[in-house]
Write a protein that binds this ligand. Structure first.
Ligand code: SF4
Length: 101
């Protein structure tokens, strides 16, 4: 992906979800972006929205605040479970994460 494409992606609304089946519970994502990720009592990470409520349905998403985009992207890159998926809201195409081009 070119620099131009990345910039275009970054200005579009993005959302993030976690595949808990692959989560190792190490909490790296929570260290990067505690506003977006949280470890629940089951030891797995979940996304949460502006209301601070965890999205616990499989595949449920939370919006990625633009100010936290880099932290969320870094989380997806560092996630040892390769289970953090960041996608465009408009067409659900993954832009960061294991299924991104
Ligand atoms: S970084 Fe990935 S594997 Fe680790 S707790 Fe977060 S979602 Fe789970």
């Amino acid at each position: 992906m070119s620099v131009t494409e990345r910039t275009a992606v970054a200005t579009e609304p993005l959302e993030v979800w976690i595949d808990q089946d692959l989560c190792t519970g190490d909490g790296i994502c929570v260290q990067y972006a505690p506003e977006v990720f949280e470890l629940d009592i089951d030891g797995l990470a979940y996304v949460k929205g502006p209301d601070d409520e965890l999205r616990q349905q499989p595949g449920e998403t939370a919006p990625v605040p633009l100010t936290l985009l880099q932290d969320v992207v870094d989380s997806a890159k560092e996630c040892p479970g390769e289970c953090i998926h960041v996608r465009r809201v408009s067409d659900r195409v993954e832009v960061y994460g294991p299924d991104a081009d």
